[in-house]
Design a protein around this ligand. Structure first.
Ligand code: BES
Ligand code: ZN
Length: 645
């Protein structure tokens, strides 16, 4: 048999096996073509693709980055696998400007773009006939929701422009024409042409050295393991690299390199701790990219290259649990991936659980216990913010039909999810739980997972017919019911004994002495600032700020916690610091709650929000702008309206 025919036969057998619902043997080698799940709960309401009819298995990009036009453009060559007799394939498209779709030989293929949904974009249906490979020639729109184009002014070096992408959850369809569903894993490769002297990095190993041609350079990348398409990521800028350990390193602008490398000094230890917990790291290198401050998230687990906000650079490694978190996604999320966004808790809850286990290993049990306790505070706040103990959106398995996946991006997924896993661990003991956890990844590596797969796996490999244990765990209640089940393994009440006493004393009128505050860790400071009454008299905020310098704290989390209190108290003296904070960084977790709280306070806050947002909006990434525009803080200018999502 000809080699290619053999590959095609194996692939179609695999497709057939997956369509009949069979799961590959646990320790089978990584298939180049990952299975598609067939269960009703694996159907993705956020993608137009019909992968059981025809699916993309590999994406090959050949793109040029045009900073003047704010577009990436070129070709995407897709490998397709279709059920016998199926002659068309449906891709996801958000605003792509398509000039041609052809076979590799150049024969044009008829295609149509369906009605545009404001959240999902549009289905792109291509009549590919018998073609197994198609070539889409296209450009991204200047208002692509995934891409942020920074001017030199918005970078640390101030000399060169910068581009970066954010794919999760459903943004990549605005720059890559493919099936943008986390259940449709694809291998991929890319050739990226950028102006000299800029460097391109992506979420895959680099292939060869960059090729210089005239005023540009071409970089090549290849991800030979099938990944969910939201994990394809790019950044282009004036980037430098420093080795941190044998398989870890950091990319960032040259001006940031020393600071970033110092903060990330524990990364290699974290990889070792994660492997101890989860099993072998499967992706080769673990590098990180510290982005400019408009990066909309704390971090993003792009495979082989985690993207990070510079706001975690506290100077004392006190915010590096972020690295433990993104690293843990190399297993929970990137190896075993939520099949749809309704199962987002499987990505984030498991990762948040593992993050604290890594922190325990690297920084000790006290630090970890404190972070668990902060997590449970955040969980309780998320319950309150999402309709209380009966709120529909307090379920782990959430209904997102007709809604944006970001509606599920709450601490329910993160903290209720993590609390669920801690509860199971407490019930069966760490040793037994850890054995199950390792097994989970060996059974589901490079595969999509759902809540029902999770439950079935726990029953088969952990509960093993023990009826008393089944009852004790209350699995169904945890995943399907709102609120927090009563079997919750509570956080250690002693973890913050000193701080909690100080909170009580503060209520009675006494403020912690400056030397006490100075001695406290960041987590202790955060416990204090989030546990004192939300509504403080202005004088008390003034006294706190005077004693500890909080409005302009160098630690972004501490600063955020204080500014949250300041907005609630209409504390005018903090407004300049608030404005500065909202203009020097664009992390959505910080800017959205502050601007939203200001906007909700019609008399005092709203005019402040409108004034600051007019200045801040051009600095923020499209995913941040998309949410904040809904607050209706003054009409966007024509130019802004054009780029609004
Ligand atoms: N994968 C998420 C970020 C994300 C989720 C982006 C959903 C878009 C849609 C990432 O791993 C994450 O959770 N980041 C957190 C970090 C944290 C919890 C330590 C963040 O950005 O704040
Ligand atoms: Zn995460």
């Amino acid at each position: 048999m000809h080699f290619r025919t053999l590959i095609a036969t194996v692939a179609s057998l695999l497709l057939a096996a997956c369509q009949s619902g069979e799961v590959p043997a646990p320790n089978a080698p990584t298939p180049a073509v990952a299975p598609i799940l067939t269960g009703a709960d694996a159907a993705d309401v956020h993608s137009y693709a019909k992968p059981l009819e025809a699916r993309v298995t590999n994406v090959a990009l050949d793109l040029a980055v045009d900073f003047n036009a704010k577009r990436v453009g070129g070709t995407a060559t897709l490998d397709i696998q279709a059920k016998p007799g199926v002659k068309q394939i449906v891709l996801d498209d958000k605003g792509l400007e398509i000039t041609a779709i052809t076979t590799v030989e150049g024969k044009p293929l008829p295609h149509t773009v369906g009605a545009v949904d404001p959240i999902l974009g549009a289905p792109l249906t291509i009549q590919m006939g018998d073609a197994k490979k198609i070539v889409v020639t296209y450009k991204s729109a200047p208002d692509s929701g995934a891409l942020q184009w920074l001017t030199p002014q918005q970078t640390a070096g101030k000399k060169y422009p910068y581009l970066f992408s954010q794919g999760q959850a459903i943004e990549n369809r605005s720059w890559i024409p493919t099936q943008d569903s986390p259940g449709i894993r694809q291998t991929w490769e890319a050739k990226i042409t950028v102006p000299q002297p800029l460097t391109a990095v992506m979420s895959a190993p680099r292939v060869g050295e960059p090729q210089a041609t005239g005023r540009s350079r071409q970089f090549a990348f290849r991800m030979d393991k099938p990944v969910a398409p939201y994990l394809i990521a790019i950044a282009v800028g004036d980037l430098a690299f420093r080795e941190l350990g044998p398989r870890t390193g950091v990319w960032t602008e040259p001006a940031m390199l020393d600071k970033a490398a110092a903060e990330l000094d524990d990364t290699e230890k974290m990889v070792a701790a994660a492997e101890k917990l989860y099993g072998p790291y499967q992706w080769g290198r673990y590098d990180m990219l510290v982005l400019p401050p408009s990066f909309p998230f704390g971090g993003m687990e792009n495979p082989t290259l985690t993207f990070l906000t510079p706001t975690f650079l506290a100077g004392d490694k006190s915010l590096t649990s972020l690295i433990a978190h993104e690293l843990a996604h190399s297993w929970s999320g990137n190896l075993a991936t939520n099949a749809t966004w309704a199962d987002f808790w499987l990505n984030e809850g498991m990762t948040t659980y593992a993050e604290r286990r890594i922190v325990e290993e690297v920084y000790g049990p006290k630090v970890a216990a404190q972070q668990v306790a902060l997590g449970q505070d955040a969980m309780n706040k998320a319950i309150a913010d999402n309709g209380g103990a009966a709120g529909d959106d307090t379920r782990l398995h959430i209904d997102l039909k007709g809604r944006h996946p970001d509606d599920g991006l709450t601490d329910i997924a993160y903290e209720k999810g993590a609390a669920f896993l801690r509860t199971i661990e407490a019930a069966v003991g760490r040793e037994r739980f850890d054995e199950w956890l390792k097994g989970w990844f060996s059974r589901h590596k490079f595969a999509p997972v759902t809540t029902s797969i999770f439950l079935a796996d726990i029953r088969e490999h952990l509960i093993k017919g023990d009826a008393a244990l089944e009852k004790k765990l209350a699995l169904e209640e945890w995943v399907n019911e709102p609120g927090i089940p009563t079997n919750l393994a509570p956080a250690d009440r002693q973890a913050f004994a000193e701080v909690d006493a100080a909170v009580a004393a503060f209520k009675a009128g006494t403020q912690p002495a400056p030397e006490v505050w100075k001695r406290w860790t960041t987590d202790e400071k955060l416990r204090f600032l989030t546990r004192i009454d939300k509504q403080q008299p202005k004088e008390r905020l003034a006294a706190l700020d005077r004693a500890y310098g909080l409005a302009n704290a160098g630690n972004s989390e501490v600063r955020f916690a204080f500014l949250t209190l300041a907005v609630a108290a209409r504390y005018d003296p903090a407004v300049p610091a608030l404005e500065d904070f909202l203009l020097v960084q664009g992390r959505r977790k910080f800017v959205r709650p502050l601007i939203t709280a200001l906007a909700a306070d019609k008399q005092w806050g709203r005019p402040i929000a409108a004034r600051i947002y007019a200045k801040a909006r051009p600095l923020y990434h499209p995913v941040t702008v998309r949410d904040l525009d809904k607050l209706g803080l003054g009409a966007p200018t024509t130019d802004q309206a054009l780029t609004a999502k």
